[in-house]
Design a protein around this ligand. Structure first.
Ligand SMILES: *Cc1c(COP(=O)(O)O)cnc(C)c1O
Length: 362
C-alpha cells in the first residue's frame, strides 16, 4: 500500500512509533508472557505504569503540585454532566461561553443539572468567524465556574487568549488541543480532554483539577464521576480502560523523547502556518476564520461549491489523503493535523490541493 495520511478529526492518528511499540509488546508485556490487557489493573506492573504516566504528563505540561490528574471514562460528553454535578455549589449557577458546536453542547447538557447562563463569544464578520472580548472578570465570581472550549474541533476556531475570570473558576474542554503547546495550568480550575485526538485512543479521558475543587459533588453524583471518589481510588473505582491508558502512557513517553511541548508547539505552528499560507494564496480554497482564531489543530476550508468539495474529498481519499470531509453540520473540508501528523502529511495535502486547483480554478 502506498503512503497514507490520516486527517481524521477523532479518533485520530496515533504516532507510528507508539503503534509499533504496542505491536511489538502486544503478546508479551514487560516479559510477563501476556499482554497489558490481560493483567490486573491493581497489579504491581500496571500500578507502576499509571504512576509513571501521571509523572510524565505532569512533567510535559508542568502541572503544579496543587492539581490532581485523573483518568476517567465516559469521554468529554461524560464530563459535560460531571462538571456541573461536581462543581455547582454555593452560587447555584454556571456561565458557559459559546464559541461553536462543542461549547454549546456542553451548555445544553449542563442545563440538566443547574441554572446556566450563556454568552456567545463568536461573531460573524462578513462570513468570517472571530472571537470577541474575553474579559469576564466583572461577572465570573457570580458563578460557580465559567466553562469554555478553547478549540472548536468542527469549525476550526481556536481561542488562544485565556478568558479573564478574575478570581472565578475557569473550566476548559481541551479535547482537541490538549498538549498541543504549553499553557499556564494555574489559570484553570479544571481542564478535561477525551484522549482520541491528541493523547491516544478513544475510551479514556484526562482530567486536571485544582485540589480545592474536589469534594463538593452533589449527593446524586454517580461514583464513577465523583472526583473525590476517583481521586481516592487512583481513578480506579471500577475497572479502567487499561489498554487505552497504556497507549496514552506510550504517547506521553514518546512526546518527552522528542523534546516535549516546546518541540511539539513549534512543529504544530509550522504545519498550520504552511497550510493556511497555501490556502490564503490559492484562488480555489477559502478558510472562514479570522487569522488570530484559526485552529492549529483543525484546518477547515471550502471551495465555495459543495459538489466540488465532494469531488475533492473523493479524489483526495483515492490519493491516500484520508478523512478530509468536513463535519456534517458544516460541510466543506477539514484537515485535522494533531500532534502526531508529520509535516510531510501537510506537504502531501498541499501538493494534492495544488494539482486539484490547477484542474478546477476558474
Ligand atoms: C471530540 C470532542 C468532544 C467529544 O468527545 P467524546 O469523548 O466523544 O465525548 C467534545 N469536545 C470537543 C472539543 C471535542 O473535540
Amino acid at each position: 500500500m502506498s503512503q497514507v495520511f490520516n486527517f481524521s478529526a477523532g479518533p485520530a492518528m496515533i504516532y507510528p512509533e507508539v503503534l509499533a511499540q504496542a505491536q511489538a509488546e502486544l503478546t508479551n508485556w514487560l516479559g510477563q508472557g501476556v499482554s497489558v490487557m490481560e493483567v490486573s489493573h491493581r497489579g504491581k506492573l500496571f500500578m507502576e505504569l499509571i504512576k509513571q504516566a501521571e509523572a510524565d504528563i505532569r512533567e510535559l505540561y508542568r502541572i503544579p503540585d496543587n492539581y490532581r490528574v485523573l483518568f476517567l471514562q465516559g469521554g468529554a460528553r461524560g464530563q459535560f454532566a460531571a462538571i456541573p454535578m461536581n462543581l455547582i455549589g454555593k452560587k447555584g449557577k454556571a456561565l458557559y461561553l459559546n464559541s461553536g458546536h462543542w461549547s454549546a453542547t456542553a451548555a445544553k447538557e449542563a442545563r440538566n443539572f443547574a441554572e446556566i447562563d450563556e454568552i456567545n463569544i463568536v461573531h460573524n464578520d462578513n462570513g468570517i468567524s472571530r472571537i470577541g472580548s474575553l474579559d469576564f472578570s466583572d461577572i465570573a465570581e457570580n458563578y460557580d465556574y465559567v466553562h469554555y472550549c478553547p478549540n472548536e474541533t468542527i469549525s476550526g476556531v481556536e481561542i488562544n487568549e485565556i478568558p479573564n475570570v478574575g478570581n472565578g473558576v475557569l473550566v476548559a474542554d481541551m479535547s482537541s488541543n490538549v498538549l498541543s503547546r504549553h499553557i499556564d495550568i494555574s489559570k484553570f480550575g479544571v481542564i478535561y480532554a477525551g484522549a482520541q485526538k491528541n493523547l491516544g485512543p478513544a475510551g479514556i479521558l484526562l482530567l486536571i483539577i485544582r485540589d480545592d475543587l474536589i469534594g463538593h459533588a452533589r449527593q446524586a453524583t454517580p461514583s464513577i464521576w465523583n472526583y473525590a471518589v476517583q481521586r481516592d481510588a487512583d481513578s480506579m473505582i471500577n475497572t479502567p480502560p487499561t489498554f487505552a491508558w497504556y497507549l496514552c502512557s506510550l504517547v506521553f513517553k514518546h512526546i518527552l523523547s522528542i523534546g516535549g511541548l516546546d518541540v511539539i508547539a513549534q512543529r504544530n505552528a509550522v504545519k498550520a502556518q504552511t497550510l493556511y499560507d497555501y490556502i490564503d494564496s490559492s484562488k480555489l480554497y477559502r478558510n472562514n476564520v479570522a487569522k488570530e482564531n484559526r485552529s492549529i489543530m483543525n484546518v477547515t476550508f471550502v471551495t465555495g461549491d459543495p459538489e466540488l468539495d465532494a469531488q475533492f474529498v473523493a479524489e483526495a481519499t483515492a490519493a491516500g489523503l484520508q478523512a478530509l470531509k468536513g463535519h456534517k453540520v458544516l460541510g466543506g473540508m477539514r484537515a485535522s493535523i494533531y500532534n502526531a501528523m508529520p509535516l510531510a502529511g501537510v506537504e502531501a495535502l498541499i501538493e494534492f490541493m495544488k494539482a486539484f486547483e490547477a484542474k478546477h480554478a476558474k
